[in-house]
Write a protein that binds this ligand. Structure first.
Ligand code: SAM
Length: 246
């Protein structure tokens, strides 16, 4: 049954992963990267993504996006056509590849990861997928440290697209408010929040859904690599002229 299946997944993906990390000192992200290095066609984003999906489905899950949410993410990015995109929570670069591969040549993705070792793996992964440094930058740090810096270096005026994925949603509202406060959102900026059915995202959801400065749309989906677990992503469109509230 469902719980039995989840227990087996937890054992295989979390417990054994934790044990492997303890015994070898190699992080789950590094293990995924090694698999991608030997099993994917370098320079082909689709191949790197498929190989990561294969790894996550069979061995250890290292992304909270996966193919189904990945499709939603990519369709929002393609519709938004951002010049400046921001991702909070890079992990090993899976969603960053999905975002960056649709950017126009003059556009750029900034993706934020707090763990320096994970950030290094992500950078390598995105490069192996064939994306160039002119298209993306992995920034190491937390949103509270990095967001206030964006206006001065690397001189970002506003973000047209933001992917919130630095956890299960507990910090989404704080980071969104910070982006607003720093004037990094403009009218029409699109924000996509992952994992919003998680209880930690409840405060964020109720707040943005009742805020007249946002138009919200819920995208139902399932959890990555778990077809029987319901999940969802929330798309927000910022409706205010830049600076109106600050
Ligand atoms: C769910 S994973 C991101 C998955 C990734 N977007 C994907 O789909 O492939 C969350 C990542 O956010 C990072 N993270 C958590 N809290 C953070 C914070 N406050 N600032 C920056 N990164 C954070 C974690 O280290 C982790 O790698």
């Amino acid at each position: 049954n469902r719980y039995h299946h989840r227990l087996i997944r937890f054992y295989r993906h979390r417990f054994l992963g934790w044990l492997r990390t303890c015994l070898t000192g190699i992080s789950p992200e590094e293990r995924a990267f090694r698999y991608v290095l030997t099993n994917s066609t370098h320079g082909k984003p689709e191949s790197v993504l498929n190989t990561l999906d294969e790894w996550c489905g069979k061995y250890e899950c290292v992304t909270s996006t996966g193919p189904e949410k990945g499709q939603i993410l990519e369709s929002v990015v393609q519709r938004t056509c951002p010049v400046k995109a921001l991702e909070l929570g890079t992990n090993c670069g899976y969603s960053a590849i999905r975002i960056a591969r649709h950017l126009q040549p003059e556009a750029k993705l900034y993706t934020l990861e707090q763990d320096p070792k994970t950030a290094e793996v992500a950078e390598e992964m995105i490069l192996v997928a064939g994306l160039k440094h002119s298209q993306f930058q992995v920034v190491t740090g937390s949103p509270t440290e990095v967001i206030p810096q964006f206006k001065t270096s690397p001189r970002v005026e506003t973000f047209d697209f933001v992917f919130l994925n630095q956890g299960q949603g507990a910090d989404y509202l704080r980071n969104l408010c910070l982006l607003e406060k720093e004037g990094l959102l403009s009218k029409g900026s699109v924000i996509l929040a992952n994992n919003v059915t998680h209880s930690e995202a409840a405060g964020f959801l109720s707040s943005v859904r009742s805020d007249p400065h946002y138009r919200t749309t819920f995208h139902p989906c399932t959890a990555p690599y778990e077809k029987d677990v319901a999940d969802g992503m929330e798309e927000l469109v910022f409706l205010k002229d830049n600076g109106e509230r600050n």
